[in-house]
Design a protein around this ligand. Structure first.
Ligand code: ZN
Length: 161
């Protein structure tokens, strides 16, 4: 069975940046499952996997526009400390969920000053070229629920329904 839209595929992967540093890997863990066509993985990787079968191994270079997007300066904003009432120790690197016009947006604290806190709403991998090494370990039909929800069910599925 070839990977195609509305099928579930499982892959082992290693993700490196252009400097060759390993950013993420499924080594030693369960392979990563995704519903093809449901935006579970970045577009550049999914497109490269279309038509692949179990056992296929490939290296995929994903540019930012097909990965996590370019860095957008407008997503870096300084806000008043009053927005963090109840949080005593705001430190660089902390992550919060913020209300954005388009919904909940994860933001990372990039600096803390006396007059405010600077937050970055860009994905940590925005602007980066991503180098994936992947191996396809399983391809199967998706269940109706999986297609309706747009994600894979099974062990590790921890949402409320
Ligand atoms: Zn679900």
């Amino acid at each position: 069975m070839q990977i195609a839209e509305n099928l579930v595929a499982l892959i082992h992967y290693t993700l490196k940046n252009e400097a060759g540093e390993v950013l993420d890997s499924s080594a030693g863990q369960e392979p990563l499952p995704f519903v093809c066509g449901a935006n579970n993985i970045v577009a550049g990787l999914e497109n490269a996997l279309l038509g692949k079968v179990v056992g296929d191994k490939l290296d995929v270079t994903v540019k930012p526009e097909e990965g996590y997007g370019e860095v957008r300066e407008e997503l870096v904003q300084k806000v008043d400390r009053e927005n963090f009432q109840g949080i005593d120790d705001i430190a660089v690197g902390m992550q919060f969920m913020a209300e954005a016009p388009w919904g909940q947006q994860p933001v990372t604290v990039v600096s803390v000053e006396d007059d405010g806190v600077t937050l970055d709403g860009n994905h940590p991998l925005a602007g980066q070229t991503l180098l994936f090494s992947v191996e396809v370990t399983e391809v199967r039909e998706a269940t109706e629920d999986e297609l309706a929800h747009g994600h894979v069910h099974g062990e590790g599925c921890n949402h409320d329904h």
